[in-house]
Structures are given as structure tokens and as C-alpha cells.
Write a protein of this length. Structure first.
Length: 360
């Protein structure tokens, strides 16, 4: 970050800015004085609130050199990051499929859906105990203890690692005790910083959904926040949680014919901007099983490292999102996705890394 002082700014004004950066944010400054004064800020400048600096007397401009989502940015970590959920790799050259019922409803339904997902070729099982819904009147899951008991049974029955959405921080310990292998942050919680902060203190992988009304910078900043582990006073928790997986699912748009507006261009774009694994959700974006298959192929062709989709043993009886759940056809979808992935293996992602060009 560079802070340009206005012409004629006094040395006291410069001193106050340097003081704010060093004492409030714990960062280092380097000051260059020529016709005007320029202050370079070193360290994780994401924590600096530029509006607060702009308000200070004598400040002319604040220029951010690096993205706010530094830890998630490919500019600071060129190679793809591979995150392991249980023993299953996500990211890099891998194609990883997360699937299973939208929600745990009964033991019988959950186990039947889990077997269906495993037989179709899923690598990681959705075992969703708690649900954040479009309407709070809709089905929100069983009691947490009972739901986690069934989640464990799904894992034991299939031998697959499980992902489950955490909505309420009070349940984090129970999730960890139950052996949840990856914790999902749903679209509705994607900017809930107390949740992101707690998840930055553990090392269990986090699947961060794209918030319903978030732009890319906000989404990637959420990911970087989990990775750097800032507490509310702006202090960095040692380590943070580096095991973050992004999950694209579209945003709310004026179009209501599909459930959410999913822009396929976001997939190669986010891959170019971030080194983190990126999966996509064709079920919650399209909202309709008739669309899921083709949308899934589109996401893989666009460069996603995998998908997460709804598979239900009996969608007609589902308490949650039956309309978008697939059944045995999941097997065909996964086989075709693997073929598309294989076919496009040699097609890289344009990372947009600057190339130096010698000018004569
Ligand atoms: C889900 O994956 O079950 C879900 C509710 O998705 P989202 O948070 O993207 O709406
Ligand atoms: Mn759902």
C-alpha cells in the first residue's frame, strides 16, 4: 500500500499517518520525501482501512498495490494448492466430486443416499446436519446430536470423508468430535466473520461458498481471512488455516428462471486469481435436476477442480431441495466429468502473471 501525502503536507501530518500505521496496525512504513511525501506500507496491508487513512489531514491518495486477499492470491503463491479432505486431494490436477443429500432427514434416507453417492463414484460425502435455508420456515435439519450420529454412520457405511455445513459456532466442537472431515461455510454465512475467525484457528479444511451477494474480491477476502487468522483487534493468529477450498454457486440476480445466476467465466477467472482449489455447485446454482448434468460439465470444462452436488435416494420424498437432486444418473455424470477433465488436461489456466517485456 502506498500513501501519497498532499503537496504541502506538514511533517506532523506525515508523522501522524506513520504513527497510525505502525501503532494501530503493527505494520512498517518507509517514507520517501521528494516534491511530495510518499509512505510505503510493508506487511499485510489488507488490515488497513483505507477510508480511515484518507480521512487524515494531509493525505491525498491511498493506493493498494496488492489485493486485499493476499494469502489467497496467486501473485503470492504461484502453484495450485492441494487441500486434503481426509486422504482425498482437492485442487491441482485432481478432479474431486463431493455429493450426497442436501440434508440429513432420516437415518434410512441418509444411508441410502450415501450408498448411492459412493456407488456413483463420489470422493467426498455431503453429510449436512444443520441447514441454512432461503426461508427459516423450511426444513433446517434434525437435532444436532442426532444429525451428527447419522453423519458418522454415513461415513462408516461408505468409508468416504464427510463435509458438513457449520452455521452455529456452538456446534464446532461437536462437529470436530464427530470426525467431520471438512466444514462448509454456506452462502448465507460467507461474510459472518466470527465463524470465519473460529475456522481460522483449526486446521480442518473449510469449503467456503460464494456468498449470495458477494463479488469476487469479497469472496476471496473471506478465504484469505481464514488463511491469515486475524482476530478482531487486527492481530494475526499464528498460522491461520491454510486448508481452504472455494465453492462457486452463483449469486442472486434479476433472473428467476434459474435459482441463482452462475457466471461460468468466474471459474477460470478465480482460478487465475487464486491458487486455492475451486469446486462448483451445479445443484444450488441451477436449482433444477434437469439442468444439473450440463451445468456440471460446463463447470469442469471451465476449469473447476470438481463439483459438489445433491444426490438423494428418493427426491420425491425429500424434505430439502428434492427438485435439484439427482439419483443413479450421478454415476454417468461423474464418468463424463472425468472424461472432460482428462480431455482438457493439457489446457492450462491463464494466470495472468506479468511477463517482463524489454523495450528497445
Ligand atoms: C448447500 O450446499 O446445502 C447449500 C445450502 O448451499 P448454499 O449455501 O450455496 O446455498
Ligand atoms: Mn440445498
Amino acid at each position: 500500500m502506498i500513501i501519497h501525502m498532499a503537496p504541502g503536507a506538514t511533517s506532523e501530518q506525515v508523522g501522524r499517518v506513520v504513527d497510525r500505521i505502525t501503532s494501530d496496525y503493527g505494520l512498517l512504513c518507509e517514507t520517501i520525501v521528494s516534491d511530495t511525501t510518499v509512505i510505503g506500507v510493508k506487511g499485510i496491508a489488507s488490515i488497513v482501512d483505507e477510508d480511515r487513512i484518507l480521512e487524515m489531514p494531509g493525505v491525498d491518495k491511498v493506493i493498494r498495490i496488492t489485493e486485499k486477499y493476499k494469502d489467497a492470491s496467486r501473485n503470492f503463491h504461484h502453484d495450485d494448492t492441494v487441500v486434503r479432505v481426509g486422504t482425498v486431494p482437492v485442487g491441482g490436477d485432481n478432479l474431486t466430486v463431493f455429493g450426497g443429500p442436501c440434508a440429513i432427514e432420516t437415518e434410512e434416507q441418509s444411508l441410502a443416499s450415501a450408498r448411492m453417492a459412493r456407488d456413483a463414484g463420489c470422493d467426498i460425502l455431503r453429510a449436512f446436519v444443520d441447514k441454512s435455508r432461503t426461508s427459516p420456515y423450511d426444513y433446517r435439519g434434525l437435532a444436532i446430536d442426532r444429525g451428527l450420529e447419522i453423519a458418522r454412520a454415513m461415513k462408516a457405511e461408505t468409508g468416504l470423508p464427510i463435509v458438513s455445513e457449520l452455521i452455529d459456532l456452538r456446534h464446532l466442537d461437536a462437529f470436530l468430535r464427530a470426525g467431520v472431515d471438512a466444514i462448509q461455510v454456506g452462502a448465507r454465512s460467507a461474510q459472518y466473520s466470527p465463524l470465519l475467525e473460529e475456522l481460522s484457528k483449526i486446521d480442518v479444511p473449510v469449503v467456503l461458498k460464494h456468498g449470495l451477494g458477494n463479488d469476487m474480491n469479497e469472496w476471496l477476502s473471506g478465504a484469505a481471512f481464514i488463511m491469515s487468522g486475524l482476530d478482531r483487534s487486527g492481530h494475526i493468529t499464528p498460522g491461520g488455516n491454510r486448508n481452504v477450498i472455494l465453492c462457486y454457486r452463483g449469486i442472486k440476480s434479476f433472473e428467476t428462471a434459474t435459482r441463482f445466476g452462475a457466471d461460468i467465466g468466474m471459474v477460470p477467472l478465480v482460478r487465475s486469481k487464486s491458487h486455492l482449489p475451486l469446486i462448483a455447485d451445479p445443484s444450488h446454482s441451477s436449482g433444477d435436476r434437469k439442468l444439473v448434468e450440463r451445468v456440471a460439465y460446463g463447470f469442469i470444462a471451465a476449469g473447476a477442480h470438481g463439483i459438489e452436488f445433491d444426490i438423494h435416494s428418493n427426491p420425491a420424498e425429500a424434505l430439502c431441495d428434492g427438485k435439484q437432486a439427482v439419483q443413479e444418473e450421478a454415476g454417468r455424470i461423474i464418468t463424463n466429468m472425468r472424461a472432460i477433465h482428462h480431455l482438457l488436461e493439457g489446457v492450462g489456466i491463464e494466470t495472468g502473471t506479468a511477463t517482463a517485456v524489454a523495450v528497445g
